[in-house]
Design a protein around this ligand. Structure first.
Ligand code: HEC
Ligand code: HEC
Length: 446
């Protein structure tokens, strides 16, 4: 196996694919919700994968509508836009779409392949996302838990509603690669297993830019997750729900360490975000960072090689600049500002920050302790904290109490969703769909 690998490495094309893959796997995984793959010991030859075939998975459906109407302890009412009232049929349709690989141009990438349910609805294995045909996405995949409460979407806050947000990944050349909204709509219209579903969910309306967004948003709104040990302690008044160390961590979080200035905790509920944009220096550091001359690349369990950074750069995409909010507003003062992420379920959503540059919560706390990465426009709330080692451990212990009690239920529900896959006989939107008369007309008049 080893000799084979080293021989194969001579082929540059092979190296390219393997390097990108291996680089993606190089970071340690901290905590993983069952039953996803666990990468601990990946560098040893006796590593065995625990991942399951996508189509072999079994789960049981949860009462998602009930969850939206009655969010778990610690969360406020789920905001539902007046023009998209929630319903069980919309949620079911949205869930089917979320797991459908045919939503990408070449029928490979579903939303759930980046927002992976068993990995905290993000991807624990890579710092920044990888899209269709292995293309590099410059940012880390945020979790889908509790997205219903976000007032600004994306790390740079550029989108405002879940209904509109879907078109960014669907049309991004790096993510799902579709050429146009029309192509996505025609494709779904032509798929036999979607016939009648949109009409049933939207009072006779067929697939359109609007209804597609409304269906996906309805499913995403159900991914509310709280009733964590923290919630039971703080809102539920159960004194023993969290450890003494975590309680000290909470005191720091809301006191001397100043975290709750941005990661907000309210009197009746907590979102752990202020939905606002801040410069903590992560973006600045990324821009200024210089790469080491060689980097260790793990090719397979127990097999790693030191590869010159120049080779890695020659096979990968160029490192993309990321200026955060200023790309959206064009204001230099907005440079390196990113939206405060919620910290709910943060133990499950490594790696951290908009570029996935921090592998563990310990690393994140070290970062804040040293005062972020200093730059001239750093947020005034970020400054050196001088926390002792045990105080830093307390903060981490607190962050570990934010995992919702319904995570397993939502993952199990996701596993019950059908995985939409291209099947022999599925019409192809660009040709057969229109020719066979399965296009706009027939669907809309059903
Ligand atoms: C190739 C991986 C990939 C795919 C496929 C993908 N996403 Fe994402 N998603 C990301 C990344 C990366 C971001 C952050 C991008 C940014 O901030 O610029 C993101 C951001 C989001 C956000 C905003 C979350 C937040 O905290 O601001 C939502 C909501 C979302 N995606 C939903 C979806 C839906 C729905 C689909 C399918 C239609 C989808 N995603 C497909 C990687 C992906
Ligand atoms: C000035 C507002 C602000 C303060 C104060 C602040 N944060 Fe943050 N936090 C942010 C922003 C903004 C990000 C995202 C930065 C980025 O990705 O570049 C973030 C990211 C994080 C993340 C990563 C979450 C993820 O999903 O990637 C963690 C964990 C975190 N903060 C914990 C803390 C802790 C602990 C403290 C206190 C020591 C703290 N924060 C103080 C604004 C703040």
């Amino acid at each position: 196996m080893c000799a084979h690998t080293i021989m194969a490495i001579r082929s540059k094309k092979w190296l390219c694919a393997t390097l990108l893959f291996a680089l993606a796997l190089a970071d340690p995984v901290i905590v993983l919700a069952a039953p996803g793959d666990y990468r601990g010991g990946y560098d040893t030859p006796d590593y065995r994968t625990q991942s399951e075939d996508l189509l072999m998975r079994k789960g049981s459906a949860a009462d998602l509508l009930g969850a939206v109407r009655n969010p778990p302890l610690g969360l406020p009412q789920v905001p539902i836009p007046a023009n998209n009232p929630i319903s069980a049929t919309k949620i079911k349709l949205g869930r089917k779409l979320f797991f459908d690989r045919r939503l990408s141009l070449n029928n490979t990438m579903s939303c759930a392949m980046c927002h992976i349910p068993e990995q905290g609805f993000t991807n624990n294995e890579i710092n920044t996302a990888v899209g269709i045909e292995g293309r590099t996405v410059r940012r880390n995949t945020p979790t889908s838990y509790n997205v219903a409460y976000l007032k600004r979407l994306f790390w740079d806050g550029r989108e405002t509603t879940l209904e509109h947000q879907i078109w960014a990944p669907l049309l991004s050349h790096q993510e799902m690669g579709n050429p146009s909204p029309g192509a996505v709509i025609e494709k779904i219209r032509a798929l036999p297993d979607y016939r009648g579903l949109f009409q049933a969910a939207f009072e006779g309306r067929g697939v359109s830019m609007e209804t597609l967004g409304m269906a996906l948003a309805s499913y995403e709104r159900t991914l509310v997750s709280a009733d964590s040990p923290f919630d039971r302690w703080y809102y539920g008044k159960q004194d023993k729900a969290i450890s003494v160390s975590a309680k000290r961590g909470f005191e720091l979080f809301t006191g001397a360490a100043g975290c709750s200035a941005c990661h907000k905790i309210g009197t009746a509920s907590a979102l752990f975000t202020d939905n606002a944009m801040h410069n903590t220096g992560v973006g600045y550091a990324r821009t200024m960072q210089t790469m080491p001359a060689t980097r260790k690349v793990t090719l397979a369990p127990g097999i790693s090689v030191d590869v010159p950074t120049t080779i890695i750069n020659s096979v990968g995409d160029a490192r993309l600049a990321d200026l955060g909010l200023s790309e959206v507003t064009q204001k230099p003062t907005d440079r390196w500002k990113y939206r405060t992420p919620s910290l709910r379920n943060v133990a499950l959503t490594a790696p951290y920050m908009h570029d996935g540059s921090m592998a563990s919560l310990g690393e994140v706390v070290e970062f804040y302790n040293q005062g972020g990465f200093f730059n001239e426009s750093i947020d005034s709330r970020i400054h050196p904290l001088a926390l002792t080692k045990s105080q830093r451990a307390d903060l981490v212990a607190f962050l570990m109490t934010l995992t919702g009690s319904n995570v397993a239920t939502l993952v199990d529900d996701a596993f019950a969703a059908p995985v939409g896959d291209w099947r022999e006989g599925d019409p192809e939107w660009a040709h057969s769909a229109v020719r066979n008369g399965l296009g706009r007309h027939e669907e809309d008049t059903q």
